[in-house]
Design a protein around this ligand. Structure first.
Ligand SMILES: Cc1ncc(COP(=O)(O)O)c(C=O)c1O
Length: 339
């Protein structure tokens, strides 16, 4: 293994690192919180990771759950054996946990995805019309729409003007969706989601929220805020590895037959030996209704435990985030210059 050592002179004051009060419990009990890194020419220092917005370390409780499930790990939705059935059951149970975490409506669908990017691309494949979005979005909530004739609105000097510009664009001609960030990855600013949902609905559009940076810092409640779709990443809420979700209205995702061709288990009629399946092969019907099948095509029982336990544990994460003041609660400023 290659060890990259950090020069000692780049760590000012590493000797006198401020310690918390003895006995103070950590806000979030994280794997690797006590990580020491090698220094040049010699010695070690406590490692401080200032980029949790990109990806968080795992909560200790999550790691414990993964370790518990690992001996039972087997294929999800593709086996009849004991371990496979345990993992399938666990995987399916995760949907309810994720739905509760997001305050979903009873009839919402939960599609477990690789991450926010994957969730938004899935939604982009399902939207039955143009999407309106701001030009300050993260690429994950920008490129999928631009690839499908999305209508871009330039952010103005303040939130009120930006909202007015969105309103005008939605009023100008029909749109299927308003795709908007819940919390900016650049400024930390949280947008007024209930007001934006009301605006979208008034113009006959639905609203999708990129919750990648919102989910770690604020409680999410789709039903109360009337958000139609919510996408977020597990690896930003203290789950390791790739996991995410798209939660929301069932009808659009359910109408999509194929996002990624291949794998999983189709129920369609068996093709006669020696014949080829005519393209597109993705039109083969799936054994499970499409939203479930979408998740099943990237099965990983790990995700169930990672997701469940992170959703359970996230209030502690919110406390931690609030303590570090990541999401500013001051007056909203959505400005191009800030971006
Ligand atoms: C606001 C926002 N949206 C989307 C994403 C994409 O998240 P992921 O890489 O988990 O798909 C990020 C990642 O940093 C983000 O900050």
């Amino acid at each position: 293994m290659t060890v990259i050592a950090v020069p000692q002179d780049r760590i000012p004051g590493q000797e006198g690192w401020p310690a918390s009060e003895p006995g103070t419990p950590p806000l979030a009990d994280l794997i690797g919180a006590d990580l020491k890194v090698p220094l040049v020419p010699t010695g070690t220092a406590r490692y401080v990771n200032l980029d949790y917005a990109a990806s968080t370390p795992a909560l200790r409780v999550v790691a414990a759950q993964i370790a518990e499930l690992l001996p039972l790990y087997s294929s999800v939705h593709r086996g009849a054996g004991y371990a496979s059935m345990v993992c399938t059951t666990a995987y399916e149970a995760a949907r309810a946990d994720i739905a509760a975490f997001a305050g979903a409506r009873d009839d919402d669908v939960v599609v477990i995805t690789r991450n926010t990017t994957d969730a938004l691309n899935l939604l982009a494949n399902a939207v039955p019309g143009p999407a309106v979005h701001l030009d300050i979005e993260h690429h994950a909530n920008l490129l999928p729409w631009q690839a499908r004739h999305g209508r871009v609105v330039s952010a103005r000097g303040g939130l009120g003007e930006t909202m007015a510009a969105l309103d005008a664009e939605l009023a100008s001609r029909p749109a299927a969706l308003l795709a908007i960030t819940g919390a900016s990855n650049v400024t930390g600013e949280c947008l007024p989601l209930r007001a934006l949902a009301e605006m979208a609905h008034r113009h006959g559009a639905r609203i999708a929220v990129d919750g990648a940076q919102l989910a770690p810092h604020r409680r999410v409640d789709l039903a109360a805020t009337d958000i139609d779709y919510f996408a977020f990443s597990g690896h930003k809420i203290y789950a390791p590895f790739g996991a995410g979700a798209l939660i929301g209205r069932r009808d659009w995702p359910a109408a999509v037959r194929c996002v990624r061709s291949g794998c999983a288990a189709p129920t369609g009629p068996r093709r006669p030996p020696g014949t080829r399946l005519a393209p597109p092969t993705c039109l083969v019907p799936w054994r499970w209704p499409p939203p479930a099948a979408m998740s099943a095509r990237c099965p990983s029982a790990w995700r169930r435990h990672m997701k469940t336990r992170c959703c359970d544990a996230s209030p502690r994460g919110w406390q931690a985030s609030a303590a570090y003041g990541y999401c500013g609660s001051g007056p909203a400023r959505l400005t191009r210059s800030a971006w």
